[in-house]
Design a protein. Structure first.
Lengths: 319, 296
C-alpha cells in the first residue's frame, strides 16, 4: 500500500478575475521511504499541491478529489485528528527560513516545545533530544545555539533548524517546499544532502518541490513534472533525465545551462508564457508554446498514460 | 621568548569558543532611562510607604494656616484648606499611580485578548469586535464617566473601571493589527504544519510577538491614564474628595493660581515628570527587549 496517494486532486481559488484552478486533477502515489521530486515553473501549482497534501490551504480554497494518507482520506479528517497527524506523520520544511521560524523565541524553545507537544517527554529529555537533533542536522555547538534567536543564525543554519524541527517528531512523510531556493548556492547542496541523508536514515518518504531540475537529479527516486496545475510527466529520475517524452520536460532539460557548451552559446528558452490559470483550455495547456504541437493538441487534453516501467506522460505527440 | 612560549601554550592554541549568545551589538539603556526609572521607583516607594512616613495627614484641615509657605512642619507648605501639600502629593501619587496602572491592565487584558482572537480567527467574530470597538470609540468618554459616577457613585474602583473600559478599544486595535500582520507569516503556518493547536499558536507563537507592541502601548496607556484621571478629577468626575489625587490638587490649586501658584504647579510637575518617565521607560524597554534587530 502506498503511504500517500492523491486521487483526482483539484484546488480552486476564487479570485476577482474568476476561478483559478491551481491544481487540476492530480493523481500521484508515493510509497513509504520513497523520494519524489515535483518540478515546475513558478505558478504551476506545486506549492498549492503541497499545501493541499498538508491541508494548509487558504480558507477560501475549494478542494476536490481525495488525499489518502495511510489509507485514510485526510481531507475528511476532523481538525483535532488532523492535528495529531501533523508532526508525527506529516511535516514540512518551507522555502524561506527567515520567516518560518518565530523571530522572538529561541531555537531551543521552538524545538523543545514541538518535542513536548508531540512526544511524552519531560523538559530535560526534550532539551537533550533537541541538542541531539541540532547536532544531527549539522549545527556546530548545538548547546549554545539552543539559546540563540533565529536572527543570530545564518540562512543555512536557520534552514537546518527548520529541518530539525520538522524531523523532531519522526514524520513518515516530509514535504520540502523549495527548501533551498532562499539559500546561497554553496549551502544548497549541503541542505539537500542533509535531507537525502535523513530520509534514508529514518526511512522517511519525502516530496521535494523545486523549480530546479538540478536539485532533484540524483536525490530523488521519481520525478513528476508539473505544468499549469497538472502532472505532465512522471518517471523514475534516471529515466526522466535520459529520455523525456513530454515536450515540456524536454524543453526544461534543454534549458539547463551546460558547462561544456562553447562561450556565448545562446541558452535555449521556452518561448511564451504559461497559460492564464483562470481560463480553462480545452486542449493541452502547453500546446501554445510547444514546437511539436499539431491541430489535435488544442482540441483535447491528453491524459497521463503509462508507457514503460512507471514512466507516464501526457502528450499526443511524445518524443 | 619563554614568556611568548607560555602564552602560546595556554592561550593562542585554544580553539575559539562558539560565539556567546550576547555577541550581537549590545543595546544599552541611556542615562535618561535610569533617571526615569529612578524617578518612578522613588514615586512608587514614596506612595507605598506614605502612611508610615512622619508627615502630617493629607486630609487634616487647618483653616488658620492656609496657603502657608514651606516650613519645618509643612515641607512644601499648605494648600487652600491648610492641608499639608507634601503629604497630599505623596498620597496623591498613590491614587494617580494606582488608577494609572490598574485601568490600563483592564484594557490590556480584555483588549489584548479580543484583538488577538479577532486578528487570528477573522470572520464574523472580527467584524463583531471591530464594530464594538468603533461603538465604544464613538461614545463620548466624559458622558460615560458622568453616567457611571451618577449611577454607580463616585469611587476609585468605579473610576478604574471607567478608564479601563475606555482603554479596551485602543488595546484591541493594537493587538488585532499586530496579530493580523503576524498570522500569515510562515512561522505560523509552520506551527500549524507541525500540529500546533489554535491555543498553542495564539499563546506560544503569536503572544510573544504581540506582547512587544502591547507592552510599549501599555506604558503609554499608564501615562495617558494618569493624565486623564487628572482631567476627570479636575472636573470633579474622578476621585471623590477629600482624597488627594494630582488631578484634584491641580483643580483646587487653580482657584489660587494668582496668590499661590505652587499649589497647582507642584502636582502638575509631579504628573509631568511621572508621565514623561513612563514614556521614556516604555520606549527604551521596547528597544531593549526586542530580540529582533531594528524591529518594529
Amino acid at each position: 500500500m502506498s503511504l500517500l496517494s492523491l486521487e483526482g486532486l483539484t484546488v480552486d481559488l476564487p479570485t476577482p478575475r474568476g476561478n483559478l484552478r491551481a491544481v487540476d486533477g492530480v493523481d500521484l502515489a508515493l510509497a513509504a521511504g520513497q523520494t519524489l521530486g515535483i518540478v515546475g515553473e513558478s505558478g504551476c501549482g506545486k506549492t498549492m499541491l503541497s499545501r493541499a497534501i498538508l491541508q494548509l490551504l487558504p480558507k477560501r480554497a475549494r478542494v476536490g478529489g481525495r488525499v489518502m494518507f495511510e489509507g485514510q482520506d485526510i481531507s475528511k479528517l476532523r481538525p483535532d485528528a488532523l492535528r495529531r497527524l501533523r508532526g508525527p506523520a506529516l511535516a514540512v520544511v518551507f522555502q524561506d527560513p527567515m520567516t518560518s521560524l518565530n523571530p522572538v523565541l529561541t531555537i531551543g524553545t521552538q524545538l523543545v516545545e514541538t518535542l513536548q507537544a508531540h512526544l511524552a517527554v519531560d523538559g530535560r529529555e526534550a532539551v537533550r533530544r533537541g541538542v541531539e537533533l541540532l547536532a544531527a542536522v549539522g549545527i556546530p555547538a548545538p548547546e549554545q545555539r539552543m539559546g540563540q534567536y533565529p536572527h543570530q543564525l545564518s540562512g543555512g543554519m536557520r534552514q537546518r533548524v527548520a529541518i530539525a524541527i520538522a524531523l523532531s517528531c519522526e514524520p513518515r512523510l516530509l514535504i520540502a517546499d523549495e527548501p533551498t531556493t532562499a539559500l546561497d548556492v554553496t549551502v544548497q547542496a549541503q541542505i539537500l544532502d542533509l535531507l537525502a541523508r535523513e530520509t534514508r536514515r529514518r526511512h522517511m518518504a519525502m516530496i521535494l518541490i523545486t523549480h530546479d531540475l538540478g536539485v532533484v537529479a540524483g536525490r530523488t527516486d521519481e520525478v513528476a513534472v508539473m505544468y499549469a496545475g497538472r502532472i505532465v510527466e512522471r518517471a523514475p529520475t534516471r529515466a526522466l533525465f535520459h529520455g523525456p517524452r513530454m515536450p515540456y520536460t524536454e524543453a526544461l532539460l534543454a534549458a539547463i545551462p551546460k558547462l561544456d557548451s562553447a562561450p556565448h552559446t545562446r541558452l535555449p528558452t521556452i518561448e511564451g508564457r504559461p497559460p492564464d490559470p483562470t481560463r480553462r483550455m480545452p486542449g493541452c495547456a502547453f500546446a501554445p508554446r510547444c514546437r511539436y504541437a499539431e491541430g489535435d493538441c488544442v482540441v483535447g487534453k491528453p491524459g497521463l498514460g503509462p508507457v514503460d516501467a512507471g514512466h507516464e506522460f501526457a502528450c499526443w505527440h511524445p518524443r | 621568548m619563554a614568556v611568548l612560549d607560555a602564552t602560546l601554550d595556554t592561550g593562542l592554541i585554544a580553539v575559539p569558543a562558539a560565539e556567546p549568545a550576547t555577541s550581537r551589538t549590545r543595546r544599552r539603556a541611556g542615562t535618561l532611562f535610569w533617571i526615569a526609572l529612578a524617578w518612578i521607583g522613588l514615586v512608587v516607594v514614596a506612595a507605598a510607604v506614605a502612611n508610615l512616613l512622619p508627615i502630617p495627614s493629607p486630609t487634616d484641615i487647618d483653616m488658620l494656616g492656609r496657603r502657608a509657605g514651606p516650613s519645618g512642619e509643612h515641607w512644601l507648605g499648605t494648600d487652600g484648606l491648610g492641608r499639608d501639600e507634601f503629604s497630599r502629593l505623596l498620597f496623591g501619587a498613590r491614587i494617580s499611580l494606582g488608577v494609572g496602572v490598574l485601568a490600563p491592565i483592564i484594557g490590556l487584558a480584555f483588549g489584548g485578548t479580543l484583538g488577538m482572537l479577532a486578528g487570528y480567527f477573522r470572520g464574523r467574530f472580527e467584524t463583531l469586535v471591530a464594530g464594538g470597538v468603533d461603538v465604544v470609540l464613538a461614545f463620548p468618554p466624559l458622558v460615560l464617566a458622568m453616567a457611571v459616577t451618577a449611577y454607580l457613585g463616585q469611587s476609585i474602583p468605579n473610576l478604574i473601571l471607567v478608564l479601563g473600559f475606555l482603554g479596551i478599544p485602543a488595546f484591541t486595535r493594537v493587538a488585532r493589527a499586530a496579530t493580523l500582520s503576524l498570522t500569515p507569516r510562515e512561522f505560523v503556518t509552520a506551527a500549524r504544519a507541525i500540529g500546533a493547536s489554535h491555543a498553542r499558536i495564539l499563546l506560544r507563537e503569536l503572544l510573544p510577538n504581540v506582547a512587544l507592541p502591547l507592552m510599549a502601548f501599555f506604558l503609554l496607556g499608564v501615562a495617558v491614564t494618569i493624565v486623564v484621571e487628572g482631567a476627570l478629577s479636575f472636573l470633579g468626575l474622578g476621585v471623590p474628595p477629600p482624597a488627594p489625587s494630582w488631578g484634584i490638587m491641580i483643580g483646587e490649586g487653580r482657584e489660587s493660581l494668582d496668590v499661590a501658584p505652587m499649589l497647582a504647579f507642584l502636582p502638575a510637575i509631579a504628573m509631568f515628570l511621572t508621565v514623561l518617565a513612563f514614556n521614556l521607560i516604555g520606549d527604551t524597554l521596547r528597544a531593549l527587549t526586542d530580540p529582533r534587530p531594528g524591529a518594529l
